[in-house]
Write a protein that binds this ligand. Structure first.
Ligand code: SOE
Length: 382
């Protein structure tokens, strides 16, 4: 018997859609002890909330998140609103004893993130941050390969996240659709939005980052603000490149921009070790590239592993189709939710929980501080 778990969704944008799809799909593919029930969706506009509710099957609509959190029939609150609202909502939800799933990044900055960690830990409520790319089977497989020690000593970790959607100066900042461009809503630009993903994966695959040195740029200095209607200074970073050093001695190279014409969401990573290397590319997400120097000379070369096999123990894939058939971006959220429910059953929290995601927040703080001070900055210890 599965136990119903009533979900209250706050937000109705792109991420709310990705999460709602996961709630709808998860029990079709995974054997779980819990079953999400889409109880309520909250948005400031009742009309927008209603459209979303009808499409995804939410039973009711709220226009005030405090009311949603106060409802006795809500077990879990899912936060899919701009970053500046995460802390207030999460803290109130924790105090109300709700489980919390929060969109990334956890917070606007480290100190705010720490308060959120303290709030959920004090309340003892299950919590998780939606860093979904860990759950791409090829990326999870990369982690297992690294854990098995196949790479040996790691020398380099390289990651990029490239987009091109803000090149036009006509794209406004702020408001509902373009809050990612307004510093007071987003906290930062590509650093908190895109590099946050790269950092989360990197800490998971390669351990803590000790120190960073950053260069950022804001190419378009002024944009119309959707909330004031005036042309205002842009406070976010459009591009961010940083180098660093991991605690294991390996060197870090990270780059993100929204000004790489032709790239829509190109997340790539590569890890080079003493014996072997791995490489992965979001645009070919089910493939993991692997090179092992110990292979017999005549056969040595990059292997392109299609991570869809069952017998081979490819993560999550036995829950989907027959071997060889692919899954997509949306499945990462299904996997993360399945892991969350398994964590509830086994009392072993699925990662990243708030505390784990707080480590990424500390790296983001150091990255932005380094750009400001134009010098190396040590990552604070969480
Ligand atoms: C930005 O365009 C964005 O939607 C991010 O906010 C997401 O976290 C990322 O996964 C895709 O790109």
């Amino acid at each position: 018997m599965t136990k119903p778990l009533n979900v209250g969704m706050i937000g109705y944008g792109f991420m709310a859609k990705a999460h709602s799809n996961a709630y709808a799909q998860v029990n079709h593919f995974f054997d779980l002890s819990h079953r999400p029930v889409l109880k309520a969706i909250c948005a400031r506009s009742a009309d927008n909330a209603k459209v979303f509710a009808d499409r995804w099957g939410y039973e009711s609509v709220e226009t005030d998140w405090r009311k949603l959190i106060g409802r006795k029939d809500i077990d879990l609150v899912d936060i899919c609103v701009p970053n500046n609202l995460h802390a207030e909502i999460a803290t109130a939800a924790a105090q109300a004893g709700k489980m919390i799933l929060c969109e990334k990044p956890l917070a606007m900055n480290g100190p705010e993130g720490l308060k959120m960690v303290e709030a959920v830990e004090k309340a003892g409520v299950p919590n998780m941050v939606w860093y979904n790319y860990r759950r791409i089977p090829a990326v999870t497989l990369a982690r297992r390969i690294i854990e098995d020690g196949k790479l040996g000593r790691v020398f380099h970790y390289r990651a990029k996240f490239l987009q091109d959607w803000t090149i036009s100066p006509d794209v406004p900042q702020g408001g509902t659709a373009t809050w990612r461009l307004a510093v007071e809503q987003a906290g930062s630009g590509v650093t908190g939005d895109l590099l946050a993903h790269c950092i989360d994966t990197a800490l998971w695959l390669n351990g803590p980052l000790d120190t960073v040195n950053t260069m950022t740029e804001t190419f378009i200095k002024e944009r119309k603000h959707n909330l004031t209607g005036k042309v205002e200074k842009v406070g976010i970073d459009d591009a961010c490149t940083f180098m660093g050093r991991f605690a294991n001695g390996s060197l870090a190279t990270f780059e993100s921009t929204r000004y790489a014409r032709g790239h829509k969401a190109l997340y790539t990573l590569e890890v080079n070790g003493e014996h072997a290397s791995i490489a992965w590319d979001l645009h070919d997400l089910h493939r993991l590239q692997y090179f092992d120097h110990r292979d017999e000379g005549r056969l040595r070369g990059w292997r392109s592993i299609h991570v869809t096999d069952h017998g081979g123990g490819h993560p999550y894939m036995d829950k989907w189709w027959v071997p060889g058939l692919q899954i997509g971006y949306e499945a990462t959220f299904v996997h993360q939710l399945a892991d969350f429910f398994t964590g509830l059953k086994e009392s072993k929290p699925a990662m990243p929980d708030f505390r784990d995601a707080y480590q990424t927040q500390l790296v983001l703080d150091a990255v932005l501080q380094s750009a400001k001070d134009q010098k190396w900055v040590n990552v604070a210890k969480g």
